[in-house]
Design a protein around this ligand. Structure first.
Ligand code: UDP
Length: 326
């Protein structure tokens, strides 16, 4: 990347977006952040130039592209609550799919042809084999995963027809926080396991609900592959370099390749926080596959990506440091 280039980050006031903004800025790159602040936090935009606005408005997007020379886009802006997507699919298809079409339309108008897209392991659906590789069938079981798969397919078609180059990065479970404590995981409402467990540790919640203890897994609870958010951020920068260098599309998983059950996560959080975490079994959450563990060998091979945080304990420690700050 050229240091004069502007990288547009949509959703840059959110969790993964703000960490990526920091990493890009530390590399000396100019970032332009757009976010509608529905779920993002202006406090998280500590680097680059922030413009508040919504991707549902093509004229707003045009005004940003007209004001800055944009080299490439990293597109995080999306709704990402699996449970909510089941009950409110329209919200997901319109924000995640239609608004992405708006962004792509304006990119075409301005001749911007590189996009790194936040995709997800939720595009795979129920795993037929673990760890999941990128050629695993994509049969998402919730509207969130479907909306992300639709965008992947749109990107493929736009690539064939218009020469757009995309890197679709399928994240497993993002976790942890900036080790310097400058940004972290903050969702409102909070639905994610690790921050909710911390709320219990801090006395802000009485107990953590365990969503299902009867799954076909060793301890009956769901297994996920947790990856540190700064490692995810690094992969976005490597993906931008890849698009520039190779000029071909890239689809890859980003995970650690290790699965942890909900109960294991809670146990590790108890060790890190040195607090007893009360739990209650409340039955499965709709749309949750029992196991999601990914192989990130492709990302390691093609991007020379090496996650810095291999253990869940190390990941949870950074998250706790941020979450328990005064
Ligand atoms: N989970 C849970 N209780 C909660 C929140 C989450 O048991 O209060 C489980 C959830 O079913 C999943 C795992 O924890 O198996 C991680 O969920 P999270 O919402 O953090 O991320 P997701 O997997 O939905 O991206």
């Amino acid at each position: 990347m050229d240091l004069n280039d502007n990288i547009l980050i949509t959703g840059g006031a959110g969790y993964i977006g703000s960490h990526t903004n920091k990493e890009l800025s530390q590399k000396g790159l100019n970032t332009i952040i757009i976010d509608n602040l529905v779920y993002g936090h202006p406090e998280f935009v500590k680097w680059g130039k922030f413009i508040e606005g919504d991707l549902n408005d093509p004229d707003f997007i045009r005004s940003v592209f007209a004001s800055f020379s944009i080299k490439a886009v990293i597109h995080f802006a999306a709704f990402a609550y699996v449970g909510e997507s089941v009950h409110e699919p329209e919200k997901y298809y319109s924000n995640n799919v239609i608004n992405t079409l708006n962004l792509l339309q304006v990119m075409r108008e301005f001749g911007v042809s590189q996009i790194v897209f936040s995709s997800t392991c939720a595009t795979y659906g129920l795993p037929k084999a673990t760890p999941i590789t990128e050629d695993h069938p994509q049969q998402p079981i919730n509207p969130y995963g479907k909306s992300k798969l639709m965008v992947e397919q749109v990107l493929e078609d736009y690539s064939n027809a218009y020469g757009l180059k995309h890197a679709s990065l399928r994240y497993f479970n993002a976790a942890g926080a900036d080790p310097d404590g400058e940004t972290g995981e903050w969702h409102e409402p909070e639905t994610h396991l690790i921050p909710l467990v911390f709320d219990v540790a801090l006395g802000k919640r009485k107990q953590i609900e365990i969503f299902g203890t009867d799954y076909d897994t060793p301890d009956g609870t769901c297994i996920r592959d947790y990856i540190h958010v700064t490692d995810l951020a690094d992969a976005h920068i490597l993906a931008l370099d890849y698009l520039e260098r190779e000029n071909i599309n890239l689809i890859c998983n980003l995970g650690n390749g290790n699965g942890y059950s909900v109960k294991e996560v809670i146990n590790i959080a108890e060790q890190v926080t040195k607090k007893k975490i009360q739990t209650i079994d409340t039955g499965p959450r709709m749309g949750d596959p029992p196991i999601l563990v990914g192989s990130a060998e492709k990302a390691k091979r093609l991007l020379s990506w090496e996650p810095r945080y291999a253990s869940l304990e190390a990941i949870i420690e950074t998250a706790w440091k941020w979450h328990s700050r005064k």
